[in-house]
Design a binder for this molecule. Structure first.
Ligand SMILES: C[C@@H]1N[C@@H](c2nc3ccccc3[nH]2)[C@H](O)[C@@H]1O
Length: 451
């Protein structure tokens, strides 16, 4: 064990009501919106082949020309209630919204910089109306904040000279001022989603970041902060030098999903996912594979089955409208969630052996076990191995209780689930298992071989 001043301050999961609410979300929406949405991956008629929100770093783009985009930010069709309505229909329980991305442009009228919406043709605060609109729909809000700020002259990638240190100390105060400002202006926000914290300059600020995290938690009791915010005094990030998670949940699953339960080490976590391979801000043309609703539903099921939340990204257009592909995916996901949401909300790892046909999710609300089926075996029967001494009492379809199933015990704690009707689904579907204690002595007489 290494003595740490600035490592994890809590071992294991948070067990308070605020975190239990976050743990129960299941499905979230990410929103990346800002100046980068205007070029949308194109500059002087050439397509940037990186992520659109990174275009300022492209050698073809002068930073000053990029920063002048502030004079073109005027989303005349922005209607936060319409975004929140799309999210509601989709079935998301929370939204993570960019307040300031790496480019430093603030979607709220911050007092600590001129590089904000207040000095754009739009003039008005974006974050306030968004928070209000989502709150009205009963969707919780998490504020995304990038520590790295390419616009601020005091930003440094590393601290090499005394001048760097003087400048970066100004930058640290600026960062603290903006974070306290966000928590004060938008007190209904449930948490902060930090990004842009990997450079040496910030990694060297273990003590400052630790005390700032403590200050924010004091200002906003229950605030939820992930593992990406700060490093420990040895520069370890996400997991401290003793391997303990820093922050309240693991934030390492960006555009990737854990494979098995041992990959998540008993921690809470979220997976943030793009619809194309790697575009967060609006990009005019999406290159490569665009994920289908069925793919996204399977990612959602997999995340919840492994104790995580699945957060799908939307990149609104510069005029404030959502692109057609995102609207249609939101609708398809929402239609599925309308029928199957009880298998996703309050979902947790069921402790059953993973089967090829799909995912098990246990509900903390109903104690029911849900089978989320994505692949029908050729045999047409679905194998279930329960934790020992757990018997299956009943199995029925969530889409309609009329669709029922017969469970056949085929071995100790092993069953075949037989559909009593022809199943030729066009969409992933859910079977509910009602389980109970195996009757005492009912071992089914399954004798282990002697080998
Ligand atoms: C949630 C995502 N995190 C940002 C990001 N910055 C990166 C720098 C290097 C490698 C991956 C990155 N993802 C992306 O721009 C998006 O905001």
């Amino acid at each position: 064990i290494i003595q740490l001043q600035h490592g994890a301050h809590r071992l294991g999961r948070r067990n308070d009501a605020d975190m239990a609410r976050w743990r129960a979300y299941g499905l979230g929406q990410f929103i990346h919106w800002g100046l980068y949405s205007i070029p949308a991956g194109e500059w002087n008629g050439k397509m940037y082949n990186g992520a659109a929100e990174w275009i300022r770093t492209w050698k073809e783009v002068s930073p000053q020309a990029y920063d002048s985009l502030i004079y073109r930010f005027n989303p005349t069709k922005f209607n936060p209630d319409s975004w929140a309505a799309v999210a509601k229909q989709m079935g998301v329980k929370y939204v993570t919204i960019t307040t300031k991305h790496h480019d430093g442009f603030c979607l709220w009228p911050s007092k600590f910089t001129d590089f904000t919406v207040a000095n754009s043709p739009y003039k008005k605060d974006i974050i306030g109306p968004l928070v209000k609109a989502y709150d009205k729909q009963g969707i919780d809000v998490i504020l995304y904040f990038s520590v790295m700020d390419w616009h601020n002259p005091d930003w440094r990638y590393d601290i090499k000279t005394r001048d760097d240190s003087i400048a970066f100390n100004r930058f640290k105060q600026f960062t603290r001022n903006q974070l306290l400002e966000l928590l004060t202006q938008y007190p209904s926000a449930k948490g902060l989603w930090f990004d842009g914290t990997w450079d040496k300059s910030w990694v060297k600020q273990a003590a400052f970041a630790d005390s700032l995290e403590t200050e924010m938690r004091k200002l906003h009791p229950g605030l939820i902060i992930g593992s990406r915010f700060r490093a420990d005094e040895y520069g370890k990030r996400h997991f401290d030098s003793n391997g303990n998670l820093m922050g309240d949940y693991e934030q390492g699953w960006e555009r990737k999903i854990p494979e098995k339960i041992t990959d998540v080490h008993g921690n809470d976590w979220d997976c943030v996912m793009t619809i194309p391979e790697n575009q967060w801000g609006y990009a005019k043309t999406w290159q490569g594979h665009i994920k289908t609703a069925d793919e996204l539903l399977e990612m959602l099921a997999k995340c919840v089955s492994l104790d995580g939340n699945f957060v799908l990204n939307f990149g609104p257009k510069p005029d404030g409208t959502l692109r057609a592909e995102e609207l249609s995916l939101a609708k398809a996901i929402g239609d599925w969630m309308t029928v199957n949401k009880e298998a996703i909300y309050n979902g947790e790892y069921a402790g059953f052996i993973k089967q090829d046909w799909g995912y098990f999710i246990k509900s903390t609300a109903s104690n029911k076990i849900y089978m989320l089926v994505f692949n029908i075996p050729v045999s047409g029967v679905l194998r279930v191995a329960t934790p020992s001494h757990m018997a299956i009492r009943k199995a029925y379809g969530l889409d309609n209780a009329a669709s029922n199933y017969t469970s056949e015990e085929i071995g100790s704690s092993t069953y075949f689930i037989h559909p009593n009707q022809q199943i030729t689904p066009k969409k992933p579907f859910v079977i509910v298992l009602e389980t109970g204690e195996e009757a005492k002595g009912q071992t089914g007489g399954y004798e282990k071989a002697k080998t």
